[in-house]
Ligand binder design. Structure first.
Ligand SMILES: Cc1ncc(COP(=O)(O)O)c(C=O)c1O
Length: 352
């Protein structure tokens, strides 16, 4: 089994540590640990290792699934990884552009057909259905989408689900940004027996350091994922589970604040782009957007490299998403940092 380098993570590893401002973080600014009880009383493994059954029942219920259909993981990343190991043997269809691991891991397990989003970064169910093959094991969506910030509409997702179900194929949707929507759509795991949802507390809640996520879906897939988990991380993080439970209990308040932040910051970025005449993906959920690289640069990577060298501000090159004519901005960071980052980006653009 071979795995391609995760281009986005490699880029961050190269530049993030020494840069002044991270304008490419894809989640909402971290919450302070002060607002939680961070003492789980003991630091043994979580037992049972699938995660606390009562808490799994609560998270499962949010997806119309039971505790047995819910597995707690180390972040959404592990939930996706285990779901791929559990399902992909021959062929997967992956809607792109998307978060790198959602195409790279299936590609290491089987063949992948990438289906690009249509004009306006729209999900085109017919294009997805057209890519299904008799040996397709899994279709992979990320909704709301990273890097575009587009929230594909519920009817299009349901049409993809129905086609998958007719075809005996699972549909996995990475929904790590879903709870940042003012009106979250039904999770894909709730659409029927073939639906799988992955998510966690990193992005919508601003709790990436907890490394806490989940997979919800049919019991057979969750069981197969758990079998693999015995060889990856064994159990979810104990502190992560303890704090995530409090965060979910407080979700009305936390999510309302984070949705406000996302909406306010989107408006700040929209104004900035209008002033500088730059086009974008017009995000409708979350804190990510895809910006068009202005004339005068060879592509996103050259733009990001020159920007970080000149202004110590990190953006993410579109090359990491198969779109060299774009860069990804993340605007979930604290307001002063966003304003400072945009001011420096503005100076850079004026000199370019
Ligand atoms: C779509 C998507 N899925 C998963 C992850 C990783 O999430 P976690 O920190 O919960 O592992 C990210 C991180 O950027 C992401 O954008």
């Amino acid at each position: 089994m071979e795995i391609e380098p995760f281009a986005l993570e490699r880029w961050f590893a190269e530049v993030e540590h020494d840069a002044d401002l991270m304008l490419a973080e894809s989640g909402v600014r971290p919450l302070s640990p002060d607002r939680f009880d961070t003492d789980p009383e003991d630091l043994g493994y979580v037992i049972p290792t699938a995660g606390d059954p009562e808490f799994r029942a609560e998270v499962g219920a949010l997806h119309d699934r039971s505790a047995a259909e819910t597995l707690f993981t180390c972040g959404t990343q592990e939930a996706n990884f285990l779901a791929f190991l559990a399902t992909v043997e021959s062929h997967a269809v992956v809607v792109t552009p998307t978060y790198g691991s959602l195409s790279a891991v299936p590609r290491s397990l089987g063949e992948v057909t990438e289906v690009p989003l249509a004009e306006g970064w729209r999900l085109d169910p017919e294009a997805v259905v057209g890519a299904l093959r008799p040996d397709t094991d899994l279709v992979v969506l990320n909704n709301p989408n990273n890097p575009t910030g587009r929230y594909h509409d519920a009817a299009a997702v349901r049409a993809v689900y129905e086609a998958c179900a007719d075809d005996d194929t699972h549909l996995l949707c990475d929904e790590v940004y879903r709870l940042l929507a003012e009106k979250p759509q039904p999770p894909v795991a709730s659409l029927g027996p073939y639906g799988l949802s992955t998510a966690g507390v990193s992005k919508s809640f601003g709790l990436a350091g907890l490394r806490f996520g989940w997979l919800c879906g049919p019991e057979a897939v969750v069981d197969a994922a758990e079998r693999w988990k015995d060889y990856t991380t064994i159990a979810p993080p104990r502190v992560g589970q303890h704090v995530a439970r409090q965060a979910l209990d407080d979700r009305a308040e936390i999510l309302a604040a984070n949705r406000r932040l996302a909406a306010d910051h989107r408006a700040v970025v929209a104004d900035f782009l209008e002033t500088h005449g730059l086009g974008w993906s017009d995000p409708d959920c979350g804190v990510n957007a895809f910006l068009e690289v202005p004339d005068g640069f060879d592509g996103g990577e050259e733009f990001c490299r020159r920007l970080v060298e000149a202004e110590s501000v990190v953006l993410a090159p579109g090359e990491a998403f198969g779109h060299p004519d774009h860069v990804r901005v993340g605007y979930g960071l604290p307001r002063e940092e966003l304003e400072e980052g945009l001011a420096r980006l503005g100076s850079f653009l004026e000199r370019a």
